[in-house]
Design a protein around this ligand. Structure first.
Ligand SMILES: Nc1nc2c(ncn2[C@@H]2O[C@H](COP(=O)(O)OP(=O)(O)OP(=O)(O)O)[C@@H](O)[C@H]2O)c(=O)[nH]1
Ligand SMILES: [Mg+2]
Length: 287
């Protein structure tokens, strides 16, 4: 089913309609950050704890086309060997094929498939690069932004973007020098920031390879999940996602219908002769 979603197979709409009544209970977590920050190691640790609590976990690694992940995926497989043997953990990588168009929709749909398949927790891992990251963030309930002590130098550059998307910051590799300095920088920036929600963005310190800070991280995740539910933000987010999805589908449908061969021909014929506004007006007025 996930392959069909990825290939945009024609049966997908009817399958998703059928699944729809079973969708809506999974908690969707996005984990993003620079290459090699330790995202997969954190996912591995978090998954272990969720499994101990009896939760079923779906893991989707987005953007295997990134030059960084080719070898890392093999590493992930070794690291997550125990999870690969566990029927209650589903691990899948999702190609973006160099273009990101529709990734938000596909991430959401893959999430719906796993949600309907009774996975309690869905974790989307993606390298923090531009649109891929934003698309994935759009499809989740909670976004973790993973930084490492060395990120302090880049933070000025990143701050605009990451503060928009982060619900929780994780400073991983806190076994290395500079972790607490980065923590202070983040705390200061967070304190200065205007906050229009009741959620204060927490900063978690982890050392994923040692397994430290992961229990605390899980508690933070649970409290964000609770916050979303209590504040009604959960519903607001989900409705927002659905609204956007429907608007996009309608736009696609309208565009497909609109561009008849006559209109395409009129466009080609007018390219050298008419100014753009004039040509657009003529095409819009064609019946
Ligand atoms: N010292 C230290 N190393 C870590 C820690 N967490 C992860 N690493 C190491 O950092 C490297 C990258 O870890 P990954 O978990 O593959 O990082 P990633 O963010 O998933 O990487 P990409 O998916 O390639 O972007 C591995 O060699 C890990 O063993 C940590 O807490 N401390
Ligand atoms: Mg990874």
């Amino acid at each position: 089913m996930i392959s069909r979603v990825e290939n945009e197979s024609p049966q997908v709409p009817s399958y998703l309609n059928t699944l729809y009544p079973h969708v809506g209970t999974a908690y969707r977590i996005g984990i993003t950050g620079p290459p090699g920050a330790g995202k997969s190691t954190i996912v591995d640790q978090v998954t272990r704890l969720y499994r101990q609590a009896g939760k079923r976990v779906g893991i989707i690694v987005v953007d295997p086309t990134s030059p960084f992940t080719g070898g890392a995926l093999l590493g992930d497989r070794l690291r997550m060997a125990e999870h690969y043997l566990d029927n209650d953990v589903f691990i899948r990588s999702m190609a973006t094929r160099g273009q990101t168009g529709g990734l938000a929709a596909r991430s959401q749909e893959v999430g719906d498939v796993l949600d309907a398949a009774a996975f309690d927790i869905l974790i989307f891992e993606t390298v923090g690069v531009g649109q891929v990251e934003l698309d994935v963030v759009e499809a989740v309930d909670t976004t973790l932004v993973v930084l490492v002590p060395e990120s302090g130098d880049d933070i000025q550059l990143m701050k605009a973007g990451i503060f928009e998307i982060a619900d929780v910051f994780v400073i991983n590799k806190s076994d290395r020098e500079g972790a607490s300095q980065l923590g202070h920088i983040l705390d200061q920036m967070l304190a200065l920031r205007e906050n229009d929600t009741e959620w204060g963005i927490p900063v978690c310190m982890t050392s994923a390879t040692r397994g430290t800070g992961i229990k605390e991280l899980l508690r933070v995740l649970e409290s964000h999940h609770e916050h979303l539910q209590k504040s009604g933000m959960h519903t607001v987010k989900r409705r927002g996602r659905t609204r956007q999805r429907v608007e996009r589908l309608v736009s696609q449908g309208v565009m497909t219908d609109f561009w008849t061969s006559e209109r395409r021909e009129a466009l080609e014929a007018g390219l050298d002769a008419s100014p753009p506004y004039e040509l657009a007006r003529v095409i819009l007025e064609m019946s």
